[in-house]
Design a protein around this ligand. Structure first.
Ligand code: G
Ligand code: G
Ligand code: G
Ligand code: NA
Ligand code: MN
Length: 250
């Protein structure tokens, strides 16, 4: 409960910060965009892990406020990047049942003058989505103005084949547990190969998460995976570090 009180204050005082992790095209190692990752640093300098405070925010009814404020900050930062770069932003499962989600996201983009065509939202499904029709309506509304939709953490939990059939998707992010194991494990690498083939057939772009080694990078590139993300290309960084990262990565 103490963390809930602290989080309420942190959101009210707008102290949560967006960090940005690069998404990279594997064929030529150019930057495609950045994923926004929320960071909460306490007064004493310690960081609260996002999976902890995101869950707290969801349960305490604070996720909408947290998310809206973070998106605003992320867009303001991304407006300074080269105009071809995509801003990826996580939307939690609970937000996907909110019928006003689409309207609110689009209003924020208007307020900060950020083109919807540069936003990609990352979604994870969960058992709490009761009305799949409502979720599809929200996603279609966003897609109609050019927002891309990515299915996060594919291959684990609720992020499954069922979602591929039901949801309108532009991108699939293959969960990092597959990238972590597929060099040593022949079965894992066959699974990754097949998932990439699935993306080709469905005409959905594929991104591999958790790319940490050059071997993993070379293998994924050879397999024709379009995008990658992971410590090899860059860790999540504050907005101030992005310009130098872009220069160094050229
Ligand atoms: O940022 P990592 O560095 O620790 O993130 C841990 C988890 O928290 C990930 O599953 C990530 O998707 C989630 N996360 C980070 N930032 C946000 C956010 O702004 N919104 C939501 N819904 N999840 C986030
Ligand atoms: O949506 P995105 O910005 O990724 O698409 C921009 C262009 O990138 C597309 O018009 C297409 O030419 C290319 N592209 C999109 N997805 C893929 C993919 O999965 N593989 C390859 N090689 N190119 C893609
Ligand atoms: O669930 P989502 O994919 O949004 O979570 C992203 C999480 O993955 C963040 O916690 C981020 O810090 C972490 N992450 C990003 N790149 C790597 C990586 O190369 N290796 C590992 N182990 N974690 C990573
Ligand atoms: Na994500
Ligand atoms: Mn993920």
């Amino acid at each position: 409960l103490r963390i809930e009180t602290e989080l309420r204050d942190a959101i009210a005082n707008d102290t949560l910060m967006p960090y940005f992790q690069p998404l990279v095209r594997l064929n030529n190692r150019t930057v495609y965009g950045f994923e926004t990752l929320a960071r909460w640093q306490r007064q004493d300098g310690s960081f609260v892990p996002p999976d902890v405070f995101i869950r707290t925010a969801e349960n305490a009814g604070l996720i909408t406020d947290l998310s809206d404020k973070l998106l605003r900050k992320a867009c303001l930062a991304a407006r300074n990047w080269p105009a071809n770069l995509i801003l990826a932003f996580n939307i939690s499962p609970r937000q996907l049942s909110d019928q006003f989600l689409g309207n609110r996201l689009l209003r924020i983009l208007k307020e900060v003058d950020f083109p919807p065509q540069r936003l990609s939202i990352e979604i994870t499904e969960s058992a709490i989505i009761r009305d799949i029709g409502e979720t599809v309506r929200i996603l279609d509304q966003l897609r109609a103005v050019g927002v891309r939709i990515a299915l996060d953490d594919f291959g684990t939990g609720y992020s499954s084949l069922a979602q591929l059939a039901q949801l309108p998707l532009d991108k699939i992010k293959i969960d990092r547990q597959f990238t972590a194991n597929f060099m040593e494990n022949d079965k894992q690498s066959k699974i990754v190969r097949s998932v990439l083939e699935l993306g080709r057939v469905l005409e959905i772009s594929m991104l591999a998460e958790g790319v940490e080694t050059d071997e993993q990078y070379q293998m994924l590139r050879a397999m024709g995976c379009y995008l990658g993300q992971g410590y090899l290309f860059g860790r999540p960084m504050p907005a101030e570090a992005v310009p130098a990262y872009l220069i160094d990565s050229q």
